[in-house]
Design a protein around this ligand. Structure first.
Ligand code: ADP
Length: 307
């Protein structure tokens, strides 16, 4: 199947800064994909090239198999982008700005009306429809930015740091909305330096640092590769037949403490508890350890993502 987004060997330099040095990313249709990296890693440059705002040096960028430079009109029509920086539409009320956006994409008036009303309501902007952008809080501006990206009902949604600077409550509301869009079959490319955001939302994550993708996979694949995951269980009376009852697990034992090595602690836990209780062990304490994408980033680069 043709991928929604395909980026191959993308390079970009700004005067004396190398922003991208050979980025490869493939995003399947309907995938929720996270581009995770620290500030300055090259996330915004990548999506700005994809949407025609920045000119690449070398490489190929395609949307649904069509080149984003030579087939700009088609490829741009497939994408809605919520940029990191707020736009400069300071002088018109929000609803007018959304109607302008609909007009820009050639959406007929009646359809535009339905769409604008739906988005104002979905993003909690109805009460602010006559406000000017400059009168809004950061969180409200962010909601507007997202509404604007969605006016033409694009198949691909690019969200550049969509929850930067918003409070925790709104962040969770926005996450729910992104999940809803994903469920409807939209392809979503999200850039973030919030580890939790990538872990909570994305099917697949590419970790980008210094203009290069250094690792890619599902959050589970990436974290389980570190081998730090496990379960430690304290039991009061391990008994002598423990060995035979735990023969299906990898573990070490020290006095009353059994440490299980497993890549998926949450999945293995019920079976382990079952085996132990069937054997008559009294479980006193269970501790599971799991790695996060932050650990993955640290192990790959030697530094934290927000350092
Ligand atoms: P991110 O989105 O991951 O924070 P960017 O793509 O914005 O990263 O930036 C990548 C690198 O390119 C950084 O070193 C940044 O300073 C540089 N850069 C980005 N835009 C410009 C520009 N317009 N002029 C000069 N350097 C830039």
């Amino acid at each position: 199947m043709t991928p929604a987004i395909s980026i191959r060997n993308l390079t970009k330099s700004y005067e004396d800064t190398i922003a991208l040095s050979g980025v490869d990313i493939t995003i399947g249709d309907g995938e929720f994909f996270g581009l995770l990296g620290p500030n300055g890693a090259g996330k915004t440059t990548t999506i700005n090239i994809l949407t025609g705002l920045v000119r690449k040096n070398e490489g190929d960028t395609e949307i649904f198999g069509r080149d984003t430079v030579t087939d700009y009109r088609f490829t741009r029509s497939q994408v809605g982008i919520s940029a990191q920086e707020f736009t400069q539409d300071w002088f018109f009320p929000l609803d007018r700005l959304l109607y302008f956006q609909a007009g820009y994409y050639g959406i007929p008036k009646e359809k535009a009306k339905d769409r604008v009303e739906e988005l104002l309501s979905k993003l909690g902007l109805v009460a602010k429809r006559k406000a000017r952008l400059r009168q809004l809080s950061g969180g409200m501006k962010r909601r507007f930015q997202i509404a604007k990206a969605l006016v033409h009902d694009p198949k691909i949604i690019i969200l550049d740091e969509p929850t930067a600077g918003v409070d925790v409550e709104l962040r969770h509301e926005l996450w729910d909305y992104f999940r809803e869009l994903h469920k409807k079959g939209k392809t979503i490319l999200l850039t973030t330096h919030y580890i939790e955001e990538a872990e909570m939302l994305c099917d697949k994550v590419a970790i980008i640092d210094k203009g290069r993708v250094i690792k890619e996979g599902t959050p589970k694949e990436l974290t389980s590769q570190l081998g730090k995951a496990g379960i430690t269980i304290n039991v009061s009376d391990p008994g002598e037949e423990l060995e035979s009852c735990l023969k299906n697990f990898t573990y070490t034992q020290e006095d009353g403490r059994i440490h299980f090595t497993t890549r998926e602690p949450e999945e293995a836990l019920p079976d382990i508890i079952n085996a132990l209780t069937r054997h008559g062990c009294h479980i006193q304490r269970v501790v599971t350890t799991k790695s996060s994408l932050e650990d993955v980033f640290l192990s790959l680069t030697g530094k934290g993502i927000n350092e």
